[in-house]
Design a protein around this ligand. Structure first.
Ligand SMILES: Cc1cc2nc3c(=O)[nH]c(=O)nc-3n(C[C@H](O)[C@H](O)[C@H](O)COP(=O)(O)OP(=O)(O)OC[C@H]3O[C@@H](n4cnc5c(N)ncnc54)[C@H](O)[C@@H]3O)c2cc1C
Ligand SMILES: *[C@@H]1O[C@H](CO)[C@@H](O)[C@H](O)[C@H]1NC(C)=O
Ligand SMILES: *[C@@H]1O[C@H](CO)[C@@H](O)[C@H](O)[C@H]1NC(C)=O
Ligand SMILES: *[C@@H]1O[C@H](CO)[C@@H](O)[C@H](O)[C@H]1NC(C)=O
Ligand SMILES: *[C@@H]1O[C@H](CO)[C@@H](O)[C@H](O)[C@H]1NC(C)=O
Ligand SMILES: *[C@@H]1O[C@H](CO)[C@@H](O)[C@H](O)[C@H]1NC(C)=O
Ligand SMILES: *[C@@H]1O[C@H](CO)[C@@H](O)[C@H](O)[C@H]1NC(C)=O
Length: 629
């Protein structure tokens, strides 16, 4: 998309308020000459990646006017285009990271599948589907109990969820009519991230809600209270005043940029590696270069370098910096600074299955009407412009309800699935050459996750029907584990992405149960009134073996929730960062982004990322005696 890039550069010159630098630093006036002017500059903190974690940290650290922060971001600024701001006009592909594709997936008939990550100021928050659901209490409690000194739990995260967000309640009558309920005690009201509920629903959504109830998926009072098993209306990261996207560029950069000469951001440049002082044990700064290619230059950090580049790129930067598995680094002649076998391992996502339907009599309008019916689209657009209501307040193709499904709710055979998984050797689920510490970490996580499968509270899947021509079945808590490894020392080359989806047989059994649960839901009288049939090749797949074959052909390994490739675990469990998210074996280096998660939550990542970054900001401030407010 060369013309797009050209357009972006032009927009950048207008949008990026880069000129307010502290007097002691050389202040760039134009994004196009930032590189040369800024090289060799010194900051207190340098952050690699302006996604949710990177911008949240930059905002909080620059609250102290004496602290200088440079954020280096691979992507450009967006220019406020409608496909980003208006949910019903959703067009995420503007800012997809180019040319990301998996290696052939052995569990998925060797398919090579496109992988998605944001490359833009705001990262995933600029282009994501705006679904805002926290994980379950068990997720944060289990992350904590895997640490040497437990310091993470639902109770410890909750204040940071509240600090991060500002919930605006929907109109009371609309909420009552649409079963939108919440517990004010777990909803923040003073933080920068705005969220609410779309003031719109499609008629089919009510049938689906009642069908869910009929198959044992009860209404959830509040999906943000730490247990989301059952059916609920999806909160959306949208500013209720404008019904437009609330994303990290707005809530952690624009919101404060006028008053923060100490907050610098350099778009369209990639951090290529972290550099260390002579002793090789303490961080000195970073090297970076234009994302479009060009000279590598340097910036220095007196306090810390913080990597916040997302689940694919954080392990890449660490590996290129000599922080990673020694055999991999040796292969590319990279000097080993810290031999951490876990860097790039433990890759997980939340695989997605799109189930196509035909209907003899679907309700109109439905989520496809915006695309199929120009009259409807025009009406709804006018409603959005005048009253900030209607279908344009909902991400296009999605509906407004979703259901979290526990394994117990998915299948009466859930205990058999769990006992089969417990009887298996965890080593069989990982590549033969796995490092013993990584295997030990996987074994520990696996036991925690299997306990969640058993507890009847933690969701293992989500099912969703937007009301149009497909349903979505998500696997939230897979046991399969993949990897992200560099394939060259070229900082612009993408790493090898291997999700290894569905290589653990438990995942096939769980996914099969979730697909059958979706079928049970569509078989209820509430849904049968629309005359739904699964389209080919889904309809033909009935036996376990047929469904396994279908899954190998149809699963998308990712929902763009890739995580866990620099896990917060003890070093003896293949961990990369400590409970304070400090990289083992070096001083002054942390990992802030979703890579630090030990394993997936039962939610979608956004809420947890904002809150985790708020928490990390407090830990960093405490370490450096920086004032907190
Ligand atoms: C299309 C899409 C839809 C999604 N839908 C949802 C949803 O509905 N709900 C939900 O909760 N989550 C959703 N997600 C996931 C969610 O947005 C991410 O999990 C979240 O943004 C992760 O935050 P992060 O801070 O870890 O990293 P990110 O927000 O991904 O930010 C990482 C940033 O680092 C930059 N970067 C990478 N490498 C370098 C480098 N070498 N140098 C400098 N910068 C670099 C990237 O360009 C990016 O801007 C979606 C994601 C995508 C892409
Ligand atoms: C940065 O420092 C290096 C090494 O001292 C020097 O060669 C280079 O010219 C400097 N660049 C700028 C733009 O000052
Ligand atoms: C910033 O530094 C100056 C000079 O050292 C000091 O007087 C001032 O109190 C500091 N401000 C804050 C907010 O720490
Ligand atoms: C929270 O949202 C309300 C209504 O949308 C708004 O009036 C208020 O200013 C917001 N507060 C913050 C801190 O953003
Ligand atoms: C809300 O839930 C009730 C059952 O508690 C159900 O009768 C009603 O149809 C639901 N309404 C919608 C819009 O889902
Ligand atoms: C298209 O939308 C219009 C306006 O809402 C409606 O009157 C019409 O019935 C719709 N057409 C179809 C085929 O659903
Ligand atoms: C525990 O985490 C908090 C932040 O939630 C931090 O301030 C504190 O220093 C941590 N304590 C230990 C012992 O790690």
């Amino acid at each position: 998309m060369p013309s797009v890039r050209g357009h972006l550069l032009g927009a950048l010159l207008l949008l990026a308020p880069l000129s307010s630098a502290a007097p002691s630093r050389r202040a760039p006036k134009h994004a196009t000459i930032v590189n040369r002017q800024w090289s060799n500059a010194t900051y207190d903190f340098i952050i690699a990646g302006a996604g949710i974690a990177g911008l949240t940290l930059a905002d909080r650290l620059t609250e102290d006017p004496n602290i200088s922060v440079l954020v280096i971001e691979a992507g450009p600024f967006d220019w406020g285009q409608e496909g980003i701001l208006v949910p019903g006009s959703y067009q995420p592909w503007w800012f997809f990271w180019p040319n990301l594709v998996t290696v052939p997936q052995e569990g998925l008939n060797n398919r090579e599948i496109g992988a998605i990550a944001g490359q833009v100021v705001g990262g995933g928050s600029t282009i994501n589907a705006m679904v805002y659901v926290r994980g379950d209490t068990s997720d944060y409690d289990d992350w904590g109990s895997l640490q040497e000194k437990p310091n993470m739990s639902w109770q410890k995260m909750l204040p940071y969820f509240l600090k991060s967000e500002n919930f605006t309640a929907p109109d009371a009558r609309f909420a009552a009519q649409n079963n939108i309920t919440w517990n004010p005690a777990v909803r923040g009201s003073s933080g920068p991230l705005q969220y609410t509920y779309p003031p719109h629903s499609y008629p089919g959504g009510e049938n689906w809600w009642n069908a869910a109830n009929a198959v044992g998926l009860p209404a959830v009072e509040d999906p943000l209270a730490g247990n989301k098993a059952g059916v609920f209306a999806m909160p959306s990261v949208m500013d209720a005043r404008t019904m437009t996207r609330s994303y990290a560029k707005i809530n952690h950069y624009d919101r404060v940029s006028q008053a923060r000469p100490n907050y610098h951001i350099l778009p369209s440049n990639m951090v290529s590696r972290v550099i260390f002082k002579g002793n090789c044990k303490t961080v000195k700064g970073v090297e970076y270069l234009p994302t479009a290619g060009g000279d590598v230059v340097t910036a220095f950090a007196t306090k810390e370098v913080i990597i916040a580049a997302g689940g694919f790129n954080t392990p890449k930067i660490l590996q290129l910096s000599g922080v990673g598995p020694k055999p991999l680094l040796d292969k590319f002649g990279i000097k080993v600074i810290s031999n951490l076998p876990g860097v790039g391992q433990n890759l997980q996502d939340q695989p997605t299955l799109t189930v196509p339907y035909t209907f003899t009599a679907n309700a109109e309008p439905n989520t496809d009407s915006l695309v199929n019916n120009a009259t409807y689209a025009a009406e709804q657009r006018a409603l959005y412009e005048t009253e900030k209501k209607g279908a344009f307040t909902v991400i296009s193709t999605l509906g407004t309800n979703i259901a979290g499904v526990t394994l117990k709710a998915a299948t009466p055979d859930f205990l058999d699935i769990i006992s089969t998984a417990r009887a298996a050797n965890p080593a069989d689920s990982l590549p033969a050459d796995v490092d013993p510490t990584v295997l030990a970490g996987y074994t520990a996580q696996r036991e925690a996750i299997l306990s969640q499968y058993e507890n009847g509270k933690s969701s293992v899947g989500n099912i969703h029907w937007g009301t149009g021509n497909n349903a979505l079945v998500y696997h939230l808590k897979p046991l399969s584990r993949g990897s992200v490894n560099i394939v060259s020392t070229d900082p612009l080359a993408n790493p090898a992405i291997d999700f290894r989806t569905a290589t653990d047989p438990t995942d096939q059994a769980v996914y099969t149960a979730l697909l059958r649960k979706n079928r049970e839901l569509f078989a209820t009288p509430e849904m049968q009134v629309f005359g739904p049939s699964e389209a080919s090749p889904f309809a033909e797949a009935q036996t376990d073996e047929e469904i396994y074959a279908l899954l190998r052909d149809q699963i998308n390994p990712s929902n763009a929730h890739q995580c866990c490739t620099a896990a917060m675990l003890p070093r003896s469990l293949g961990g990369v960062v400590s409970a304070e998210q400090k990289v083992y074996g070096v001083g002054g280096l942390r990992v802030a982004d979703i890579s630090f998660w030990p394993f997936q939550t039962g939610g979608s990542p956004t809420g947890t990322m904002y809150a985790a970054a708020e928490r990390l900001a407090d830990m960093i401030k405490a370490d450096h005696g920086i004032s907190r407010n």
